[in-house]
Structure formats: C-alpha cells, structure tokens
Design a protein around this ligand. Structure first.
Ligand SMILES: Cc1cc2nc3c(=O)[nH]c(=O)nc-3n(C[C@H](O)[C@H](O)[C@H](O)COP(=O)(O)OP(=O)(O)OC[C@H]3O[C@@H](n4cnc5c(N)ncnc54)[C@H](O)[C@@H]3O)c2cc1C
Length: 504
C-alpha cells in the first residue's frame, strides 16, 4: 500500500501543500530533517495574494492578528534622519486602497516562524503532525516513489504515489533526481540576518542607515509586529568574517550608523545568507514535484520567496487531490506550465517581463495563467478579467438577507460557476451535475441571487449590463473558463480536464 502523498520539508511550501491535501481528506505525511520548527523571522512580508490564499486555507484571521502593516521607512545619514517615507511611496506603488475586489490591499508583516506556526496548527486540526528529525536521503524512481527517511533511530522506506519536494533551496530531492538548478550563487554577496532586541529604537519605523561614501556599508533594523524583536539585516563586506555573533552585529551597527547610541541586548536568531538566484530546469519529474525554494531561489529584494512558495503549493495541492480521485494525470503537467514562468520572471528582477510580456506584481494579485492549457477564454470581447486570472472578490447581497463576500462563499466548494444570466446559470448547473459531486460545486447566478450588488460584481468582472457570461473558478481561486456563449458545450469540454467525474 503506498501513501498517496509524501511532502518533504515543513517550510511554507510543504505546509501549504500538506494543508491543501489534508483538507481534501487525502492521506499525507510531512517529514522535515530539522529537530523542530524553525525560529528565525526570515521572510516577513505576506503579500495581498498570499493573504487571499490564507483566507481560503482558513488561517487569515490568525495571520492578521499576529502581524501588522508595513512601518514607515526612515533613512539616516551621518547619524541624522535624512528622509522618511511610506514603503509604498518607496516602491512606487502608492498607498494601497481598500476595494471590494481586493480585500487585503497591503503587505502584512509577520515573522516567518509565526506564519509557519499558524499553518502547522491548521494542519494539526486536520490530523496531520509534522515529523521532525526525518530526512529524505534516497529516492528510488518508478511508477511511484520509494523514499528512504533517515531518523536518529534508523531508516524507514516509504512508498508514495506522489512526492512534493519542498525541501528548500539546497533540496536533497532535486539533487537526487539530477534536476539542474541554473543561476548564480554570489559567494561575495553575504548578508547577516538576525532577530535582535533593543529598547533604544522606535518600533513604529523601519530604520535604515547607510554611508554616503560607501552605500554597501548599510544596516537595516525593522520591527517585527507581534514580537519584541527587530529584524536586523546588513551586508557583509569583503574581509568581514562569516562567524557572526551579537558582538559583530553591534560592531556593524556602530560602524555603519555613525555612532548612533543603540545597544542590542541579545540576538535570539542569527544567520548568514548568500545571494542565491536559481531556477530548477523542471518542476515535475514524473511523480515528484518541486515547490518553493526547492524549485526557485528568488532574489531576496521584493519579499517574493515565501509568497511564491505558498502560491506554488496552493496551485499544486488541489491538482494532486483531484488526480488521486481520478482526474486525468495531465492536470499535473499544468503545475510546471503555470508556476515556472512566474518564478523565471522573478530571476530577472522585479521589473522584468515574462514570455507573454507581463511584468511582476510584487503584491502577486496580477500573476495569472492566461494562455496556459487550463485557461480557456471564449468571451468574444473579454473585459478586464480573463481566463487564468485570479478571480476577484466582490460584495454579495443574498435574498436571505445575508451579505457575504464572494471569497468565503467560493471557499466552501471546489468549483464555482459565477454566472451572469439565467441561461449561463441553468446550463452550468446541469453540466456540473454530470461532472462533479453535488457538494463540490456551486452555481451563483449573480443577477438572480445577489440583485442589489450584481452591478458592482459585473463591473469588477468587466461584464456589460445586458451581457451573458460565465466564469468557472478553480479550487485555487483562478478562473479556468471564461465563456460568453454555448455554456453547456464549453463546460462539457472543459470540465473533464480537472474533475474525476461523479462516479469516481
Ligand atoms: C536567512 C534568511 C532570510 C530570508 N529573508 C527573506 C525575506 O526577507 N523575504 C523573503 O521573501 N524571503 C526571505 N527568505 C527566503 C524565505 O525564507 C524562503 O523563500 C521560504 O522559506 C521558502 O519556503 P520553502 O518552504 O520553499 O523552503 P524552506 O522554508 O527553506 O523549508 C524547507 C524545509 O525543508 C527541510 N529539509 C531540507 N532538506 C530536507 C530533507 N532532505 N529531508 C527532509 N526535510 C528537509 C528544511 O529543514 C526546511 O524546514 C529568507 C531566507 C533565509 C534563509
């Protein structure tokens, strides 16, 4: 008997993959070679799209309660405040504004250990406990995969139908499979990352010092919401020793801040990292899938690493669950097709474009799968929202008097047919019944079910008042099919690509 899915690595990618499977009642085990959960702050910015994913996973309230907004950015020169700006002015995006289509407009600051803790707790509620001190050391490839898990008490050989390799940038699984990880590791670009305590800095600001004649000699100290620590980041310069303790952190600060009187009392976490920008040549190798940093080590600037890892697994998890229930195996090919170009674009910097000419959106809301095999666009004059895009949120006003948002309504089912017009709704209902279990989909006839906010949703989705349209929303909140006519026929052709059928 083989385990349906083995997840290797309990960082954000592994935890989200496991959660996506466990909430769909798929048997999954998660192994991690560390002795226990990681404690460092590492990635601290959760982007708006990731917050939406966390809402779908049922953990956004805890994430929001544990974090806070971006503090304002202060730059000091020669010991004095040079300027202060909102981070959004600094990024050139302008202050994000709340909007019915975008429930979480801002980047949310929360240390990575806490994000992982929230995800682990959610996984535990689904009956899955991370197995620590359990390292994958060998894989035998075949129709499934037999993994050797090394523990202090001995080895276990485990057969799994699928493996999610979420074992970080130094991925053992990727190396065992001989997948190349092309790009650069800049040994001369090293950074000290640490969590530090001090009572001598204002926790309302992200403080940054740099020297006018040597901009590389800089230091950044950012308060971490929900904690009493700051995240300290400073590049090490040629000649600086890589063995870093509290004394080195204090020295780097004193040298680079021109003697500002700040004492760091302790540093509960210190790491030295190298700039690493690499992309795996493949994300799928038969039954093995690379996710997160195992598939792409993206540049640190821009806070995309953890977010991209979460999006990978959110994309992969429901597809694995569907294929385990009988959906066609080539659904899994769409994982690499959809996720690799997004990671590839990040390799070229935040201003780079992808193979379709699209620019990176650091909030990850505009990341889309337009033109990929699962994105079928048949509206003759598509509005702003295309097949492949993230399905925007919107306000509902249901006839029973309730007024939920669209996202929580979509969250309860695998597939949502968002229908504009009775014909689109009726045909969707009839066809979905043939292809998917009744409790796995919902048809929402927007004009019929939500009359007083139908115009707002139509405007968000770019549907004209007299237009009929159908948006089929996938389990990961992206639009699979956007149709303007022949709804039954289009759905009949589309659905077999992602559903196992009602008899499975
Ligand atoms: C010092 C540091 C600072 C960072 N700062 C930022 C930042 O400011 N912003 C940002 O966006 N990103 C930052 N990152 C990157 C961010 O942390 C990663 O992008 C994110 O953790 C990726 O998640 P992941 O789940 O793919 O991998 P990881 O979080 O690396 O998790 C991989 C897991 O796999 C386990 N593992 C490894 N090998 C095996 C094996 N053979 N068997 C079993 N388990 C194994 C590891 O123990 C680990 O728990 C930072 C990273 C580091 C190290």
């Amino acid at each position: 008997m083989s385990l349906p899915v083995l997840v290797v690595g309990a960082g954000p990618a592994g935890l989200v993959a496991a959660l996506q499977l466990a909430r769909r009642r798929c048997d999954v085990r998660v192994v991690d070679r560390s002795a226990g959960p990681a404690s460092g702050s590492r990635a601290k910015g959760i982007q708006p799209r990731t917050l939406e994913v966390f809402e779908e996973l049922g953990v956004v309230e805890e994430i929001v309660a544990s974090g806070g907004p971006f503090p304002r950015w202060r730059t000091y020169r020669e010991g004095r405040l040079a300027w202060e700006k909102s981070i959004y002015d600094l990024l050139g995006t302008g202050q994000p504004v709340a909007d019915p289509a975008i429930p979480y407009p801002e980047t949310w600051m929360i240390p990575q250990w806490r994000t992982e803790e929230v995800l682990r707790d959610a996984l535990r509620r689904h009956g899955v406990e991370v197995e620590y001190d359990a390292a994958i050391v060998a894989l035998d490839d075949g129709s499934g995969v037999t993994a050797t898990i090394r523990r202090p008490r001995g080895d276990e050989r485990l057969r799994a139908s699928y493996v999610v390799a979420a074992d970080g940038a130094a991925s053992t699984v990727r190396k065992l499979l001989g997948v190349t990880f092309d790009g650069v590791t800049r040994d001369d670009e090293r950074y000290v990352n640490a969590d530090v305590r001090t009572t001598m800095l204002d926790r309302s600001y992200w403080h940054n010092w740099s020297q006018r004649d040597n901009p590389a000699a800089r230091v950044s100290v950012c308060p971490l919401p929900g904690t009493d620590v700051f995240q300290f980041v400073a590049p090490l310069l040629p000649g600086d020793d890589s063995t870093v303790g509290l004394a080195t952190i204090q020295r780097l600060f004193d040298e680079r801040s021109d003697g500002v009187a700040v004492t760091f009392d302790d540093a509960p976490w210190i790491a030295v990292s190298r700039a690493n920008e690499r992309l795996a040549s493949r994300f799928r190798i038969g039954p093995v899938f690379l996710a997160g940093d195992a598939a792409h080590a993206v540049p640190a600037a821009g806070g995309q690493g953890l977010n991209t890892a979460v999006q990978d697994s959110h994309n992969l998890g429901w597809k694995l669950a569907a294929v385990l229930r009988g959906a066609p195996d080539d659904l899994l090919d769409s994982y690499e097709e959809e996720r690799r170009p997004i990671a590839a674009r990040l390799m070229n910097g935040l201003d780079a474009t992808d193979d379709r000419g699209e620019v990176t959106d650091i909030f990850q809301l505009r990341n889309n799968y337009r033109g990929r095999r699962l994105s079928v666009q048949t509206r003759p004059a598509p509005g702003t929202v295309h097949a492949g895009d993230r399905a925007p949120d919107g306000p509902l006003s249901l006839r029973d008097g309730s007024a939920p948002r669209l996202f929580p309504v979509m969250r309860d089912v695998e597939l949502t047919a968002l229908a504009f017009g009775a014909r689109a709704a009726e045909e969707s209902d009839a066809v979905l019944r043939r292809h998917a279990p009744a409790d796995s989909f919902r048809v929402l006839d927007v004009r019929e079910h939500s009359p007083s906010t139908a115009d707002t949703i139509a405007a968000i989705y770019g549907v004209a008042p007299d237009e009929e349209a159908l948006f089929l929303v996938r389990p990961d909140g992206h639009i699979g099919l956007a149709a303007g006519d022949c709804f039954a026929e289009r759905l009949d052709t589309y659905l077999p690509h992602l559903t196992p059928g009602v008899t499975a």
